[in-house]
Design a protein around this ligand. Structure first.
Ligand code: NAD
Length: 256
C-alpha cells in the first residue's frame, strides 16, 4: 500500500495499544501525512507516540461530542493540508455502570452518551471531512466496530447497540457520500486488550473464548486490524463501500 502524498485524519489514539494508533503507524509508514486528535488527558501520550512517525503529524484536541471542536479540527486540517484523503473513526465510550449492570437497567443518559460519542460522531466527522475530500476528488472513511452489534456478549450492553447504529451509519453515509466518490466502511475487530476493552467486565474470558473457537485458534492483534483498515483506506479498496470487514481470526463464522 502506498499513501505517498495522502493526508489523513485519525481520531481515537489514546496510547500505544490503541487500534487507531496501529492504523496511524501503518498509513504513516506507507507515506501518509497525518493529523491525530486526542481527547483531553491523552495529549502527552499522543505527542510522545507521534515522535516515532516518519512525518511529524498535526496534533489537535477533539472531543467528538462537541461540534465546535470538530469544526476547529477540520478548519486546521484544511489550513495544513488543503484537503483530506482519509479519516479513521476510533472513538467509543460508555459509562462503566452501563457496561456492568443488567442491560435492562441502561439509563436514558447512559444510552444517549454512548450513542452520541460512539455512533453519532461518525456522521459529524463525515460531514466535516466531505468538503475537504471533494477537493481531492474523493476519499475514504473507516470506523471501528465489534461483533457485539449483532450478537450478545456479556457486559457489552449499550455499546453493542451503539455499534449497531455505527454500522447502520456506515451504510447510510456510504449511500449519501458515494456520488462524491467518498467511501465509508468499517472494520469489525476481534477483541484486543486496550484501555476501552479493559472497561468491559469479563473481557479476558472473551479473549479465551475466541482463542478456543475462532477458526485460526488465536486472537488478532492491533497491527492486523491496522493493516486491514489501511487496505480499506487505500486505492486497492476503491470499489468497496458500505462494508463491514471482519478481522477476528474468523470467529464470526462459528456456530458454537
Ligand atoms: P482505546 O481506548 O485505545 O481507544 C478509544 C478511543 O476513544 C480513545 O482514544 C478515547 O480517547 C476515544 N474517545 C472516547 N470518548 C471520546 C470523546 N468524547 N471524544 C473523542 N475521543 C473519545 O481503545 P480501542 O480498543 O483502540 O478502541 C478504538 C475503537 O475500536 C473503538 O471504537 C472500539 O469500540 C473499537 N473496537 C475495539 C475492540 C477491542 O477489543 N479493543 C474490538 C472491536 C472494536
Amino acid at each position: 500500500m502506498d499513501f505517498t502524498g495522502k493526508h489523513g485524519l485519525i481520531v481515537g489514539v489514546a496510547n500505544k495499544r490503541s487500534i487507531a494508533w496501529a492504523i496511524a503507524q501503518c498509513t504513516a509508514l506507507a507515506g501518509a501525512r497525518l493529523a491525530l486528535t486526542y481527547q483531553g488527558r491523552f495529549e502527552e501520550n499522543v505527542q510522545e507516540l507521534s515522535e516515532g512517525l516518519p512525518h511529524p503529524p498535526v496534533i489537535l484536541p477533539c472531543d467528538v461530542s462537541v461540534d465546535a471542536e470538530i469544526d476547529s479540527v477540520f478548519a486546521r486540517v484544511e489550513q495544513e493540508f488543503g484537503g483530506l484523503d482519509f479519516v479513521v473513526h476510533g472513538a467509543a465510550f460508555a459509562r462503566k455502570e452501563e457496561l456492568s449492570l443488567p442491560f435492562s437497567d441502561t439509563t436514558r443518559e447512559g444510552f444517549r452518551l454512548a450513542m452520541d460519542i460512539s455512533a453519532y460522531s461518525l456522521i459529524a466527522l463525515a460531514r466535516g471531512a466531505a468538503p475537504l475530500m471533494e477537493k481531492r476528488g474523493g476519499g475514504s472513511i473507516v470506523a471501528l466496530t465489534y461483533l457485539g452489534s449483532e450478537r450478545v456478549f456479556p457486559n457489552y450492553n449499550v455499546m453493542g447497540v451503539a455499534k449497531a447504529a455505527l454500522e447502520a451509519n456506515v451504510r447510510y453515509l456510504a449511500a449519501d457520500l458515494g456520488p462524491k466518490n467518498i467511501r465509508v466502511n468499517a472494520v469489525s475487530a476481534g477483541p484486543i486488550k486496550t484501555i476501552s476493552a479493559m472497561g468491559i467486565g469479563g473481557f479476558s474470558s472473551i479473549l479465551n473464548v475466541y482463542k478456543d473457537r475462532a477458526p485460526l485458534r488465536r486472537n488478532v492483534d492491533a497491527a492486523e486490524v491496522g493493516e486491514a483498515a489501511a487496505f480499506l483506506l487505500s486505492e486497492a479498496a476503491r470499489g468497496i463501500t458500505g462494508e463491514v470487514l471482519m478481522v477476528d481470526a474468523g470467529y464470526h463464522v462459528t456456530g458454537m
